[in-house]
Design a protein around this ligand. Sequence first.
Ligand SMILES: Nc1ncnc2c1ncn2[C@@H]1O[C@H](COP(=O)(O)OP(=O)(O)O)[C@@H](O)[C@H]1O
Ligand SMILES: [Mg+2]
Length: 229
Amino acid sequence: MHAANILESKAGVQNPAQTFQEGGPMPVIVIANPKGGVGKSTLATNVAGYFATQGHSVMLGDIDKQQSSRLWLGLRPPAAVPIAAWDVARDDVVRPPKGTTHVVLDTPAGLHGKRLKDVLRIADRVLVPLQASIFDIYATRAFLDQVMDQGKDGKPALGIVGMRVDERTIASEQLQQFVAGLGLPVVGMLRPTQNYVHLAARGLTLFDVAPGRVARDLEQWRDICKWLG
Ligand SMILES: Nc1ncnc2c1ncn2[C@@H]1O[C@H](COP(=O)(O)OP(=O)(O)O)[C@@H](O)[C@H]1O
Ligand SMILES: [Mg+2]
């Protein structure tokens, strides 16, 4: 069984949260947006890279048939700080490997309904990448409503990351206003840069390379890292 099926697995259907409680408290960060190509996998890999370089035992998993995280992990050089994938046990239930302290979950485009609900139930934090276009904002609206509806008791905590945003533009202001109007935090704004493309192609994150090479981007991640705790 693939990690993509975790929520359909036996343990998953009965109580998806159970899978994540074995080793005590373990923050689960979910990256989600129903639109494709907005930067979910880019955020997920970099969040995993951040935790890993902080010395945590990180698992990066896909709730995604596309399995982009697994592909990316396959590109990761052996010398880089390790990031684990799902363990698929003999009973076909997927679990974070033993010793995992932080779980980062990448999700597919179109995630909605019960499947989204199941993922939200195990999430401590949900990070939503959002591009500064009116079309992306409208496409994301219903999704955010559902997440907020579920998170009335404050869990999962929801944060927006402006993706490929030039902070000097009107589009960036519109994104800020839209998100503020929902009462949600914009925890960061990431500029468009090929750094993300080039690093991903080598299985790396901003946090794996000499800081001087990606100083502007690390600066933009400061508040996101703070929000992640
Ligand atoms: N800030 C950015 N600047 C430039 N390219 C980006 C940025 N964020 C993501 N990308 C690129 O955009 C494409 C789609 O991003 P991806 O993370 O795969 O989106 P998703 O997982 O939501 O489909 C990828 O090629 C990725 O490298
Ligand atoms: Mg993806």
